[in-house]
Write a protein that binds this ligand. Sequence first.
Ligand code: HEM
Length: 140
Amino acid sequence: MVKHSGLVIACLLMLLGCSNPAQTSLYQRLGAEQGINAIVDGLLYQIEHDERIVHHFADSDIGRFRAMLAEQLCDLTGGPCQYSGSTMQESHTGFNITLADYDALVEGLIKVMQRQQISLADQNALLALLAPMYKDISYR
Ligand code: HEM
């Protein structure tokens, strides 16, 4: 029994290592490239079906928006990407985006993350990374 204790401890440490959020990047926990792409596609669907905000995207290049958002989320969450798009201020100026618009988009994002069974802690971690962008996105 005693001679197995080292092995048991090693296994426990491995298990802890795997489930400890501090050991993996948020990017990994969201499902890496595939997970981020699924979040972005889910969000695009939500926006398309949300009459409160869909009008903002009427003249946008959705293919570019999709690619840039995926790259930005990858970069922000610690993935192997470098965001190459416009700044949040540049890309949102002139759209008169309000707090209600921002909340509507975040509401859609939360629905998508819940559907993808992302843990509450990881949902909050992503929202916390996005929250400071509000000041650059919103209409002043
Ligand atoms: C967490 C919040 C948000 C993030 C991270 C975000 C991110 C982005 C990114 C990465 C782009 C592409 C930039 C580029 O083309 O280089 C973009 C564009 C755009 N965003 Fe957002 N966005 C956010 C909130 C919003 C909200 C609330 C709205 C309106 C309801 C909005 C409307 C748009 C529109 C219309 C474009 C396309 C602009 C164009 O056609 O050039 N965004 N956003």
